[in-house]
Design a protein around this ligand. Structure first.
Ligand code: HEM
Length: 117
């Protein structure tokens, strides 16, 4: 089962790459107020949700302890990210502040994941 955990963790990281990478490609445009939520960001956020839930399930199935508060906070932050990216996915230009918020929340979740032990 360990291989399954590592497999889903790998997919979880691919999800981060898509979400954060998509954001980073739009940084210059964001400065000009012309950024948009690229498809990679939506697909990355969805990947994070699916692989995150799978990781929790596999850990629990093996009787491992999961930090429910940490996971709950990460889930709540991701729901905000996913909601914003989904609703604004077809807009050609997204407000600078809103776009920056999604990038900031993504980075917040990365630091919650690695610093909250
Ligand atoms: C933008 C959203 C997210 C980011 C950036 C993120 C980031 C990360 C990172 C960097 C790790 C590896 C470090 C660690 O083990 O803590 C990780 C692991 C994990 N994530 Fe996420 N995550 C996100 C969303 C979620 C969600 C929504 C869930 C659950 C519903 C979740 C569940 C997990 C679990 C269970 C692990 C631990 C895997 C293990 O210890 O084997 N994540 N996440």
């Amino acid at each position: 089962m360990d291989v399954l955990i590592h497999f889903f963790l790998g997919l979880h990281i691919i999800g981060i790459a898509a979400l954060l990478g998509g954001f980073l490609t739009q940084m210059k445009a964001m400065g000009q107020g012309a950024a948009r939520f690229v498809p990679a960001m939506l697909h990355g956020a969805l990947t994070m949700l699916i692989t995150g839930v799978a990781l929790v399930g596999i850990h629990q199935a093996q009787g491992h302890e999961v930090n429910n508060i940490k996971i709950g906070v990460k889930l709540a932050v991701l729901v905000v990210i996913l909601g914003l990216v989904y609703v604004k996915r077809d807009e050609e230009k997204v407000d600078k502040g809103l776009f920056g918020l999604v990038g900031g929340l993504t980075m917040t979740n990365i630091f919650i994941a690695v610093l909250w032990t």
